[in-house]
Design a protein around this ligand. Structure first.
Ligand code: ADP
Length: 814
């Protein structure tokens, strides 16, 4: 009881509704997990993981066909083989420029650092070639020396008016993989934009939003942008440099193209970098990376990264989602959802990368799943464990308490007791059987006691112990149920239990032996009726449920009219009604035999008594005895009259009780009956100076056995006169209503104490007070009244106050 109550208290004193609590707890825990994982994802190890995942997702998004007009003039291994090792003379580079320019490209981007001073002739040749190209971008790069960063610039004669400069600084991540470039770089107080951006702009092609706009002051903030690589090496059109030098290329190939000149020879490992697509361990040339960057800017497809806030929100939602799924679909469905959540997030990440050029790092989400799924399980385990502890604690307290009530340890069977039983059993098989049964019982209870002691005596209450305790309790419960069942089964009385709705929920084995037994009777009161003489039990059933008081009925005949049962309907609070039938046939037969016997004897006594009275009357009438004898005769006549009265009332009651007297009802008017009564008792009342009031004449129709009713009312009115002092009034009342006819006999007599009001209706019961002792009587009058009332389907009750008077009410159905 204490737990629901304390829950109730907790609920009342809490501002937050009870069902909100777990949600708030989950929100808090989800926030905590999201923040922790976010912080964790900033660690180097996690960054590495995220980078790998980034490459993986990018590769999963797949390669795309470049759409920007890019041609790479590649100084490849073949070119080096044919035209000699690097560095080439600037005259050769000048020829290369001329060869490309002949085709009329949009722009030429030279991804070669032209910072060193060579011979005058060489530099002049190249400067001349550069001057012939209207749109050209040259490369510059930052180097640091002595802790100072400065620009590595092309020679001054190359940086002509039409020449633009772009930085070619590679910024690979810590794992050596180039994923992004910087839009601009700052050194020596000078900002230089990225080679790719400058080339695109110089080519006059549309590009990303951060492209500088003419006429405005340009503030360039160096910022990294992630390249959307279109694929692995060789995704762009390559023209080997040697072909251009040998004139083996149609110059038209460069017309209107963005031509990038760069070093691609793999053997020398110069300007070669890993990219997310470098699956096979092949690096990508710097110039191709620039080509990818240009393509990215051209298409406006720089890969944006989901912000930390977005990742946090996502993590929070995923954790909350897992919690919700777990609380709704615990078990297999939850695991399935958790296992599917991983690929789902990967798929989302992939879709965003492929169609939205957006990077949503999935490893933190995977980490969240990996942490949260077992975490939820552990949390649940902890909760269940705590609850189990509490439950076992309660059961333990109950068990120990129960034990204490029962007097602690079961004492061993005292040897005297054992001896006593043994001496009453002669040696033989019966005795042996008993001894074996006793020993087995003692052994069993001892071992159970020991088990209990061991279990509750131990201090180390681990999970094993808890399971043992649960086993122990369920075993005890089963034993207890079996014990109760055995008791019910061994009872000879019929026990039938009905729920409050009248459905039979239990019948003991004795019930199955009854004639009319049914397995699943539809309505209990009807079933009871069918087991007995067919009388209705509906009113009794409802009455028991309503008043919560048992109803007892004696000697109810069974269906076969041979057996008789004492029937009790008792309420089980909140659970229904127990209907029990005790076989009282033997007792009924005995009672029957007794009253038969008494009637017989009474009858037999009457004949000699009539003779005694008759002869005494004769003796007196004809003056046949002397004066003295006359007095004796008077006594003999009086006493025989008394004896006759006794026999008469005895026979009356015995007769009506036996059930052999059929009541014969008729419709009649009460007024003449009252008149007869007044005539009969008037003289007695007058003698005692008691006034009698009868109902005023009028319509007073009654349906009853006229004779029996007359006798019963006479008994009541005679009593009223007998037990009232002189000078009082006795009133007979009559009323008719509510389907009942009521007769009320009111006196102003001695009254009856409350504890005796029900006893006075018993046979032979007389009160022991002085006023009663002074009156003659046998204690049978009221018993007769009761019997008459019951036989008519009515009853008689009394209300009384000692010293003030009594009211006897006899009612019968109308
Ligand atoms: P009897 O009158 O023969 O003794 P009854 O069965 O008629 O037997 O009554 C039983 C007892 O109830 C009486 O002995 C008497 O004590 C008491 N009693 C009955 N009627 C009254 C009454 N009207 N006032 C007081 N006591 C009464």
């Amino acid at each position: 009881m204490s737990v629901p109550y304390s829950n109730y208290i907790a609920a009342r004193h809490c501002i937050i509704p009870l069902q909100m609590k777990p949600v708030l707890r989950a929100v808090g825990a989800s926030g905590f997990v999201a923040v922790s994982i976010l912080l964790l994802s900033w660690t180097t190890y996690f960054l590495q993981l995220n980078s790998t995942a980034y490459d993986f997702t990018l590769r999963l998004a797949g390669s795309v066909t470049p759409t920007s007009p890019i041609v790479i003039v590649a100084i490849d291994d073949e070119s080096l083989y044919r035209n000699g090792a690097w560095p080439w003379s600037r005259v050769k580079l000048a020829r290369l420029l001329d060869g490309i320019e002949a085709g009329g490209p949009r722009v030429i981007g030279m991804d070669l650092l032209l910072d060193e001073k060579k011979t005058e002739e060489e530099d002049n040749a190249l400067a001349a070639a550069i001057s012939k190209v209207p749109s050209i971008v040259l490369a510059t790069r930052i180097i640091s020396g002595n802790g100072v960063e400065h620009w590595l610039q092309p020679n001054a004669e190359f940086v002509q008016k039409q020449v633009a400069l772009g930085h070619v600084h590679a910024d690979p991540d810590f794992d050596g993989i180039t994923r992004r470039i910087f839009s601009a770089k700052l050194a020596e107080g000078r900002v230089v934009q990225a080679f790719a951006a400058v080339t695109l702009r110089t080519a006059g092609l549309p590009g990303s939003a951060w492209e500088p706009r003419a006429g405005r002051v340009e503030v360039v903030r160096p910022q990294a942008f992630n390249i959307r690589f279109v694929g692995d090496n060789g995704s762009f059109k390559h023209v080997p440099a040697w072909k251009v030098l040998d004139g083996a290329v149609n110059p038209d190939e460069f017309t209107n193209q963005v031509v990038l000149i760069g070093f691609t020879a793999e053997l020398s490992d110069l300007d070669q970098w890993f990219t997310p697509f470098a699956e096979s361990g092949r690096k990508m040339s710097g110039v191709e990376i620039h080509a990818n960057a240009i393509e990215t800017l051209y298409k406006g497809r720089t890969i944006a990264e989901a912000s930390d806030a977005a990742v946090f929100a996502g993590l929070f939602l995923v954790v909350m989602g897992l919690w919700w799924v777990d609380s709704r679909f615990e078990g297999r469905r939850f695991y399935a959802a958790a296992v599917l959540a991983g690929p789902a997030i990967l798929a989302l990440s992939w879709l965003l990368m492929k169609y939205g050029s957006m990077w949503l790092p999935f490893p933190p989400f995977w980490a969240a799943i990996v942490v949260v799924v077992p975490g939820l399980e552990v949390a649940k385990l902890v909760l269940v464990n705590r609850d189990l502890d509490r439950k076992i604690e309660r059961l333990t307290v109950a068990a120990v308490y129960d034990r204490r009530i029962a007097g602690g340890h079961r004492p061993p069977l005292p040897s005297e007791a054992r001896q006593k039983i043994l001496t009453h059993l002669p040696a033989g098989s019966e005795r042996d059987t008993w001894v074996t049964a006793l020993d087995a019982y003692e052994r069993e209870s001892k071992s159970r006691d020991e088990h209990r002691e061991n279990l509750f005596g131990t201090q180390r209450r681990n999970s094993r112990w808890k399971l043992d305790a649960v086993d122990f309790f369920s075993e005890e419960l089963v034993r207890f149920l079996a014990f109760n069942n055995a008791i019910l089964a061994s009872i000879k009385d019929v026990i039938i239990v009905s729920d409050p709705a009248g459905r039979v929920v239990y019948q003991n084995p004795a019930a199955t032996r009854l004639e009319g037994y049914r397995k699943g009777p539809p309505f209990a009161p009807d079933y009871f009726a069918s087991l007995l003489d067919g009388r209705s039990f509906v009113t009794e059933f409802a009455g028991v449920m309503a008043k919560m008081e048992p109803v007892v009925m004696e000697f109810v005949p069974a269906k076969n009219a041979r057996s008789f049962y004492n029937v009790v309907l008792s309420p089980i609070p909140g659970a229904g009604v127990v209907f029990s039938m005790h076989d009282a046939t033997a007792q009924h037969e005995l009672n029957q035999a007794k009253s038969d016997m008494v009637s017989l004897v009474s009858h037999e006594l009457r004949t000699p008594l009539t003779s005694i009275r008759g002869y005494s009357d004769l003796l007196l009438k004809y003056d046949m005895v002397q004066e003295k004898g006359k007095a004796f005769l008077g006594t003999i006549i009086d006493e025989s009259q008394r004896l006759n009265q006794l026999i008469q009332s005895f026979l009356d009651i015995a007769y009506i009780e036996s059930g052999r007297q059929k009541i014969t009802k008729s419709d009649f008017e009460m007024a003449p009956v009252f008149r007869d009564m007044l005539n009969a008792i008037g003289p007695v009342a007058a003698e005692k100076q008691i006034a009698i009031e009868m109902p005023a004449a009028g319509e007073m129709r009654v349906r009853a056995d006229r004779l029996l009713l007359y006798q019963a009312l006479m008994n009541l009115i005679t009593n009223a006169i007998k037990y009232s002092p002189a000078g009082t009034t006795v009133r007979m009342g009559f009323s008719n209503g509510n389907d009942r006819v009521r007769f009320q006999v009111t006196d102003q007599g001695f009254g009856i104490p409350a504890d005796e009001t029900s006893r006075i209706f018993e046979k032979f019961y007389r009160r022991g007070n002085k006023e009663t002792r002074e009156q003659s009587g046998f204690g049978l009058g009221l018993a007769f009244v009761k019997e008459v009332a019951m036989r008519h389907g009515g009853d008689v009750v009394v209300e009384s106050e000692v010293g003030k008077g009594s009211v006897f009410t006899l009612w019968i159905p109308n």
